[in-house]
Design a protein around this ligand. Structure first.
Ligand SMILES: [Fe+2]
Ligand SMILES: [Fe+2]
Length: 330
């Protein structure tokens, strides 16, 4: 899935005269489009913001497996089951690349998981919504992975090398995820009236949560200026949301579905759609832990972590044994 960044970095962009010589040189490299690599000097704020952003992104990939994993056993055909299984496995892989990228900044995977499991670190609010029927799996691939791609494509150019490289690989897989979701929607919409109604219902429920995936409106997003100066963030939340709407509305029309927004209208002058903002109070409420599935999702992650303790212990003992053997041989 993707990174929905809440509280990114410090609130104000530092002026050049406030910077040390080291920091000035660092900024110059960023402005020249150079990549920053793990062992190189970086401002503490840059490192911390990246850990938060990549960590939230990794958690979102892993938690994002839950609403879809739920449907693997109930996929309507063997082919659909194989496709969904591959997609959910991809998301696990995305989590792994991203935890590895975060580890290069000096935080351990155990620390990150502890922060997720204790509720101190967030994941994308979209995964706190339930997937009630098979059409929801179509809507998730189409809209949620679609929004993820919109967010992640520009991040391929992000200034931190390991994050940017992880994004390149992830984006290739996200395109397949989006296509498989849209393909489910096409089948449902070409099916019986009941199937089409299910597809419409899924769009109705996922439309606004998908718009929320880009984070709060620019006027309420206090932390993005510094992140943009550091090229950790490339576009503003509202820019990405607009792009997503402009791309998705014609796709809904092709399906013969109605976007649940009575104010949606093509604006000739802007060359873009006018649309309604999501209900931001709902967004903040879900982030605060009060969404329909927050407890269930976090509970599943904590249980998986606890159930895997014996395996992690086994790995550690084995690694220790190997080390002792190597030392004896040396
Ligand atoms: Fe995905
Ligand atoms: Fe993903």
């Amino acid at each position: 899935m993707y990174a929905q960044v809440i509280n990114t970095g410090s609130d104000r962009v530092r002026r050049i005269d406030e910077m040390s010589a080291e920091e000035q040189a660092f900024m110059e490299r960023i402005e020249n489009g150079e990549k920053i690599e793990p062992k190189e000097w970086m401002p503490e704020g840059y490192r911390k913001t990246l850990i938060r952003q990549i960590g939230q992104h990794a958690h979102s990939e892993v938690v994002g497996q839950l609403p879809e994993g739920n449907w693997i056993t109930r996929a309507p055909t063997l082919e659909r089951k194989a496709i969904l299984l591959a997609k959910v496995q991809d998301e696990a892989g995305h989590g792994l690349y991203l935890y590895c990228a975060a580890e290069t900044l000096g935080v351990s995977r155990d620390e990150l998981i502890e922060l997720l499991n204790s509720g101190k670190m967030k994941y994308s609010s979209i995964f706190n919504y339930p997937t009630l029927n098979w059409a929801d799996i179509g809507a998730v691939g189409w809209l949620v992975d679609g929004a993820a791609i919109m967010n992640q494509v520009p991040l391929q150019r992000t200034s931190y090398g390991p994050y940017s490289r992880a994004m390149i690989r992830i984006c290739k897989e996200e395109s397949f995820h989006q296509r498989q979701g849209y393909d489910i929607m096409m089948k449902m919409c070409a099916g019986s009236p009941e199937q089409k109604a299910m597809a419409q219902d899924a769009l109705n429920r996922f439309w606004y949560p998908a718009l929320m995936m880009f984070g709060p409106s620019d006027k309420d997003s206090v932390h993005s200026a510094q992140s943009m100066a550091w090229k950790i963030k490339i576009n503003t939340n509202d820019e990405l949301r607009q792009k997503f709407v402009d791309q998705t509305v014609p796709q809904a029309e092709y399906l013969g579905l109605t976007v649940p927004d009575e104010h949606l209208k093509w604006n000739e002058e802007r060359g873009a759609y006018d649309f309604s903002e999501p209900d931001w109070s709902e967004f903040f409420d879900v982030i605060a832990g009060n969404g329909p599935c927050n407890k269930e999702r976090l509970g599943a992650r904590v249980k998986a972590w606890d159930d895997g303790a014996w395996f992690r212990e086994g790995l550690a003992v084995n690694a220790q044994k190997k080390q002792t053997k190597q030392r004896k041989q040396a």
